[in-house]
Design a binder for this molecule. Structure first.
Ligand SMILES: Cc1cc2nc3c(=O)[nH]c(=O)nc-3n(C[C@H](O)[C@H](O)[C@H](O)COP(=O)(O)OP(=O)(O)OC[C@H]3O[C@@H](n4cnc5c(N)ncnc54)[C@H](O)[C@@H]3O)c2cc1C
Length: 272
């Protein structure tokens, strides 16, 4: 059995209390959302925070809304909250397709959209959609707010632009991206829930094609160089030129490259 150790649990009840707590524990605190990444990491000894700071307990943390600015999701919005939200299903079908591919129903009940992107795994299922839909991360700390497009949010494997003492307060998917259509193909070792060997999303808006690719590089990848004039082979070549998959327990680099090409060709052939 892995060894457990003692940490203190804190549950700030307001954004002001949360930012003060994060400032105080910038070096020894870890935010807890759904815990589906954090708790296994603590159990496996990969992370040993002195303070676990629950982000779900302040009023409005679980707010999901749609308005003039688009879709807004607070840090406690779970994957299933997103899938249950009618405006998201009607206006952002691509986001919901990716959400539906994330893990199992039970995990989706706990896992948050924010936790998925802050965890910054190359195999994140939410990242391809957020990249293709021009979504933005609203970050907050004691120093105020900054808004970062997801195209600049991921900096490496499990690394983001978030600074110590800062948290992801909201994810914004712009109203201009409502109605974008597309399809997400995810290759898994088993039918049902599993982390992806590769995931390829293709979106289409007013004739503009984009690809979002997961498990294919240190960070999730956005490819916006493909056009509807490209042949499926040309599209696959452009997507492959933007990725650099590795070999790991889930698949080899060669298998990943092959399947990214297969999926890119298949998706482009569908829209043509
Ligand atoms: C069995 C299983 C299957 C899974 N399958 C998939 C899958 O198919 N696809 C996939 O993409 N993922 C999968 N995951 C990973 C995981 O479920 C997701 O990454 C999940 O969305 C993480 O969200 P969470 O709320 O649980 O985050 P947590 O575990 O609470 O947090 C994750 C990390 O982000 C930080 N954090 C969380 N919220 C914030 C915030 N608002 N601001 C700043 N930091 C924050 C935490 O400190 C922690 O470092 C799986 C996990 C398990 C256990």
């Amino acid at each position: 059995m892995p060894m457990l150790y003692e940490f203190r649990y804190l549950a700030p009840k307001s954004v002001a209390e949360l930012t003060a707590t994060l400032r105080e524990h910038a070096s020894d605190g870890k935010i807890l959302a759904g815990g589906t990444d954090l708790i296994p990491n603590i159990r496996n000894g990969l992370q040993k925070p002195g303070f676990v700071i629950d982000i779900k307990k302040y009023d409005g943390a679980d707010r999901i809304s749609y308005g003039a600015d688009g879709l807004s999701m607070g840090p406690a919005v779970t994957i299933n909250d997103l899938l249950r939200f009618k405006d998201a299903r009607d206006r952002y079908p691509v986001l919901c397709s990716c959400a539906h591919e994330l893990a199992s129903h039970q995990i989706r009940n706990r896992a948050t959209v924010a936790g998925n992107v802050v965890n910054a795994s190359p195999c994140s299922d939410m990242a391809p959609a957020l990249l293709c839909l021009d979504a933005q991360a609203v970050l907050r700390s004691g120093n105020g707010e900054r808004v970062i497009p997801f195209s600049s949010f991921f900096t490496g494997v499990k690394k983001t632009v978030l600074q110590p003492g800062e948290f992801l307060e909201r994810i914004l998917v712009p109203a201009a991206s409502a109605g974008v259509t597309g399809r997400y193909l995810k290759l898994k070792r088993i039918a049902g829930h599993d982390l992806g060997i590769v995931g390829v999303l293709m979106t289409k808006r007013d004739g503009e094609i984009r690809f979002g690719v997961s498990s294919a590089a240190p960070t999730p990848v956005l490819v916006d160089t493909v056009t509807t004039k490209d042949s499926p082979d040309e599209a696959a070549a452009k997507v492959l030129a933007s990725v650099s998959p590795i070999s790991d327990v889930r698949g080899t680099k060669e298998y990943r490259e092959h399947m990214i090409g297969v999926y890119a060709r298949r998706l482009l052939a569908e829209v043509r």
